[in-house]
Design a protein around this ligand. Structure first.
Ligand code: GLA
Length: 374
């Protein structure tokens, strides 16, 4: 108990002194609150190039990410709220959130593992989405600021939490390197056989959050194939070639270039909301998932992952109703997500890469968002 109070004190002290030379507009006080009896705060990571990432341990959320444009002008490129209340009151869009236990959808909220059927909350009719009603994005994570550029977040998810079997111990590490990489690593162990698919749900706009849409951003995906879906966004089970369709991003293409094409998959997704199969020889190797370039600012972001897939979603459900940071509305398609992941609904698709975690095994996953200018 005493040790945890000391760790919290060190963490807050780090946060406070970090704030002195900061370009962040959000105030840590606006995140200082007790939830479920646990302390929530805002923590800031910095590197020597002036990049800053603000994170709250409520949902392990990335609240703000300041990166320079080609002239060195800093801009906050992720969607989020100025205060914890923003996250608590708004409709859940998963801004910057840590997603678990299962990123993406599980069909009809049911799956079988070792002949036992499990039932999850249906929170995205008729399916279960992003871990259920109180997924990892709504839990208070234990937190230790390990250095000015590194944060460790931990969570214990009890057996049958949101219907998932096994007590799960999760450690998530956020590190900002001097190469302008935001490195997210996940480790987890379970007391019983379970399924697991962790991801981060940051929404990016390389013009700056709230500064127009992302239709002009040039997206390239290292993916020759994708997993088409039914009208409820559950994979059909096919793994289709992207070539010759609006899903071919093997060369850089503006996100908006083909989004209005007559295409059943675009109709089902209300735009892009699909899992792409990353080209890699070794399924578990760290590989480039894709990159996004915004020509006006020159900002360039690359995404690397050890996961086999990446969900490309471009804010088709954003409505601009909830006001984001600095009172800016986040309207339709004003951000994109590249959520590194195993494929949606894998527990019901034995042919997809396995998401089963058994006692004694260690779940490992890594995702890197790397920023530069061109
Ligand atoms: C994921 C899903 C989308 C949507 C967003 C959150 O990216 O694939 O359909 O639910 O989360 O709004």
């Amino acid at each position: 108990m005493k040790l945890s109070i000391f760790i919290l004190f060190v963490a807050i002290a780090f946060g406070a002194c970090n704030q002195k030379n900061s370009n962040l507009t959000i105030k840590p006080e606006a995140f200082h609150q007790l939830i479920d009896g646990q302390q929530v705060d805002l923590f800031v990571l910095k590197n020597k190039n002036g990049i800053e990432i603000a994170v709250t341990n409520y949902g392990g959320r990335v609240v703000s990410l300041l990166v320079p444009d080609k002239n060195g002008k800093m801009e906050d490129v992720v969607l989020g709220y100025d205060s914890l209340d923003g996250y608590l009151k708004a409709d859940e869009e998963y801004f910057g959130a840590s997603i678990g236990r299962y990123g993406n959808r599980i069909a009809k909220g049911t799956f079988k593992l070792d002949s036992i059927e499990y039932k999850l909350a249906i929170n995205n009719t008729p399916n279960s989405l992003h871990g259920g009603v109180k997924g990892f994005c709504k839990k208070v994570w234990g937190v230790t600021q390990k250095a000015e550029n590194e944060l460790e977040l931990v969570l214990v998810s009890l057996d049958m939490d949101e219907g998932y079997p096994g007590e799960l111990q999760v450690t998530m590490n956020y590190k900002l390197t001097d190469n302008n990489e935001f490195v997210i690593t996940y480790k987890a162990e379970s007391s019983k056989p379970t399924v697991l698919n962790l991801t981060n749900h940051s929404y990016f706009n390389l013009h700056g959050a709230g500064n127009g849409d992302v239709m002009d951003h040039l997206l390239q995906l290292n993916a020759d194939k994708y997993t088409p879906v039914d009208s409820t966004l559950i994979p059909t089970g096919n793994i289709d070639p992207a070539a010759g369709t609006p899903f071919d991003f093997t060369k850089p293409v503006a996100i908006g270039a083909r989004i209005k094409d007559q295409n059943e998959q675009l109709r089902f997704g209300l735009g892009y909301d699909h899992n792409f199969v990353i080209n890699k020889a070794d399924e578990k190797a760290l590989a480039l998932a894709g990159s996004v370039y915004e020509p006006q600012s020159g900002r360039y972001m690359e995404v690397f992952t050890t996961e086999p897939g990446v969900q490309f979603y471009c804010g088709n459900f954003l409505k601009g109703i909830n006001l984001g940071k600095q009172g800016k509305p986040y309207k339709y398609r004003t951000a994109f997500c590249l959520e590194t992941q195993h494929f949606p609904d894998s527990p019901n698709h034995p042919d997809f890469p396995s998401v089963v975690l058994r006692p004694g095994q260690i779940y490992n996953s890594e995702c890197i968002y790397k920023f530069s200018v061109k």
